[in-house]
Ligand binder design. Structure first.
Ligand code: GSH
Length: 210
């Protein structure tokens, strides 16, 4: 498999963690988002949204949307599934994961920040304030959605919620969000980053890390 990804991309980070947790080998194909490689015709043919990640399977099938890729990996490699079987528990995990994947990430994406600056006259400081505001609100909800105790978001079993949380916390550190109100989240972060699969997936450990 080939994973088209960017080292700092939180959506790529989610998929890298899943691939490592499931012990799958893959080749990383860097897409430099800062240079705009995601907008090149050859890449846009693989991923019409011009974003990373894209997972290209050995038969050439290109999968897009990180959460859909996580679902695919769970369906095909169910040994270490990242969603509970119980319908209520599954809905709770999905709700928490979607708070990050749908409420925080899309409005904090690179192209949104670029548009705020290029077309709406905002400064880089304004954009950082914007990103921190939505992370703060999203994390406030997320912290209520998950279990109050346990090694991970839901008990002692990893789920898609953890795979969304750890990359988003990477961004939170990067942009200087005050994480004091989110001790439960940073405790989970410590537990996750102690695992080899999370460590291997860290942005700093990618071949294109700058
Ligand atoms: N919902 C998509 C989002 C993909 C996406 O936009 N990823 C970001 C990186 S985290 C990106 O490639 N941004 C490029 C841009 O904004 O130009 C997913 O989860 O895969």
């Amino acid at each position: 498999m080939k994973l088209y990804s960017y080292w700092r991309s939180t959506t790529s980070y989610r998929v890298r963690i899943a691939l490592h947790l499931k012990g799958l080998s893959f080749e990383t194909v860097p897409v430099d988002l800062v240079k705009g490689d995601q907008k090149r015709d050859d890449y846009a043919a693989l991923n019409p949204l011009a974003g990373v990640p894209t997972l290209v399977l050995d038969d050439g099938t290109a999968l897009t949307q990180s959460m859909a890729i996580l679902d695919y990996l769970d369906a095909v490699y169910p040994d270490m599934t990242l969603l509970p079987n119980d319908p209520i528990e599954r809905a709770k995990v999905r709700a928490a994961a979607q708070t990050i994947a749908m409420e925080i990430h899309p409005i904090n994406n690179l192209k949104v920040g670029d548009f705020l600056k290029s077309d709406m006259g905002q400064t880089q400081d304004d954009v950082i304030r914007w990103m921190c505001e939505w992370m703060h609100r999203g994390f406030t909800a997320f912290q209520e959605q998950i279990d109050a105790t346990g090694k991970f978001c839901f008990g002692d079993t990893l789920t898609q919620a953890d795979l969304c949380l750890i990359p988003q916390l990477y961004n939170a550190h990067r942009w200087g969000l005050d994480l004091a109100p989110f001790v439960r989240l940073t405790d989970i972060e410590k537990n996750c980053l102690a695992l080899p699969a999370f460590d291997a997936a860290r942005p700093e450990n990618q071949p294109d890390a700058g």
